[in-house]
Ligand binder design. Structure first.
Ligand code: GLY
Length: 406
């Protein structure tokens, strides 16, 4: 752990005062939007259902495990704490605790979150942002336990070890198929670094996050602002070796969740830095998604915007949930027609996700909330199933809607 000087202690105090402004539910430049009463009602019903589902999940979940998806045999598939999704279940429970103040949800969240603590020293993955910030980040935001802060700062230090200054990026995967792969998803992990920088006063975390975001902006995007999934770099020169779309329909295609990660990532980086370049990038990505001719009427994307066989291909509700949460926030950073377009689109996405086509019935769907997400279609993995992160971003979006719409 870092030791703090007197100056850093003052920075720490300032940072904790500022913390509220940097949480997922309380972005700066707030603009209140008009609530649709019908959607607020639907959101409340979906959140009430989520509470029931996650209490049932808690009853069925084996000790030491975290829920992942539905397996090929139809039963609940779980993971250990080192799977990239391990933070989402505790994180969802914490959001639901915030909604209900139900102590049993908090107890289950903290019990399962403790499983994830071991990952704070994991230097073998870029996914620490997902794993630690969605769990410990929410716990620290709610309970201010200094032990959680320590876990988060250690995690941020571990994640920072994967940064290569020659490339200007954090390495995503340690995978022999690639040299120095960076995936668009990695934008999401920068939130942990921005938090660590604000909290500790150590600028190096923010410098890494901003450099990564800038390099990704330069190399991952096509002229239409869709993004490749993976850019593989030469770690000695920083040169681009190849650009591919590992989880998409083709290297040149727009994998739906990748577009949603980029949208959320650049919106978050604008919240954290106020750099207009990130805001513009987020707006361009949003416009790519919302103007895409293959975006269905219910606004929940097919698994890839260019999937062969549309409309007879699976959707990705997780991409819809992530995009809805991001669009609500982006709307608050924009004005006029842009703000209305992003807000209305998020409302449509949430209305769809709250409807019977996507929302599970109580006790079904292995007690997950949303149906019809796609993990990796080309790998025949997690196709048309529930996913823990679809639920996490859906619940986050519902709370954001309730919080921001008046
Ligand atoms: N971060 C992995 C995925 O979105 O599938």
């Amino acid at each position: 752990m870092k030791k703090y000087s007197g100056k850093q202690t003052i920075q720490l105090l300032t940072a904790s005062v500022l913390l509220a402004a940097f949480t997922a539910l309380a972005p700066v430049q707030a603009q209140t939007k008009k609530a649709k009463p019908a959607l607020v009602q639907q959101a409340n019903r979906a959140l009430d259902l989520a509470v029931k589902q996650y209490k049932l999940m808690a009853q069925h979940l084996p000790d030491g495990q975290l829920p992942r998806t539905t397996g090929k045999d139809g039963s609940l598939m779980t993971s250990g704490p080192n799977w990239w999704c391990s933070g989402f279940y505790p994180g969802t429970l914490l959001y639901l605790y915030e909604y209900t103040k139900d102590a049993s949800l908090k107890a289950e969240a903290l019990k399962r979150m403790a499983l994830v603590e071991s990952q704070k020293n994991n230097k073998g993955t870029h996914d620490l942002g997902f794993m630690m910030y969605c769990s410990y980040g929410n716990a620290y935001r709610l309970f201010k336990d200094p032990a959680y802060k320590a876990v988060l700062l250690t995690s941020a230090s571990s994640l920072s070890t994967r940064f290569n200054p020659t490339v200007g990026c954090i390495k995503s995967w340690d995978n022999k198929q690639f040299t120095f792969p960076v995936i668009i998803d990695n934008m999401m992990n920068l939130e942990l670094l921005m938090w660590a920088s604000h909290t500790s006063g150590d600028d190096s975390f923010a410098r890494i996050a901003k450099t990564h975001a800038n390099t990704t902006m330069k190399n991952h995007f096509r002229p239409d602002y869709s993004s490749y999934h993976v850019v593989d770099y030469n770690p000695n020169t920083g040169g681009v070796l190849r650009k591919i779309t590992h989880q998409g329909a083709a290297d040149s295609s727009a994998w739906a969740r990748g577009q949603a990660w980029g949208l959320y990532g650049y919106t978050m980086m604008y919240r954290e830095t106020k750099d207009k370049a990130y805001l513009n990038q987020a707006k361009h990505i949003a416009d790519f998604i919302l103007n895409n001719p293959t975006l269905p009427e219910d606004m929940i994307p097919y698994w890839d915007f260019d999937a062969p066989g549309i409309p007879n291909v699976p959707r990705d509700a997780s991409a819809g949930a992530i995009a809805a949460s991001a669009l609500l926030e982006l709307s608050r950073f924009t004005t006029g027609k842009d703000a209305a377009r992003y807000w209305n689109a998020a409302e449509k996405m949430l209305t769809s996700l709250c409807g019977p086509a996507y929302l599970a019935k109580e006790g079904e769907n292995n007690n997950f909330l949303l149906m019809h997400s796609t993990g990796s279609f080309p790998h025949h993995s997690e196709v048309d199933v529930p996913l823990s992160y679809a639920d996490y971003y859906f619940v986050e979006a519902l709370l954001r809607y309730k919080h921001w719409a008046k």
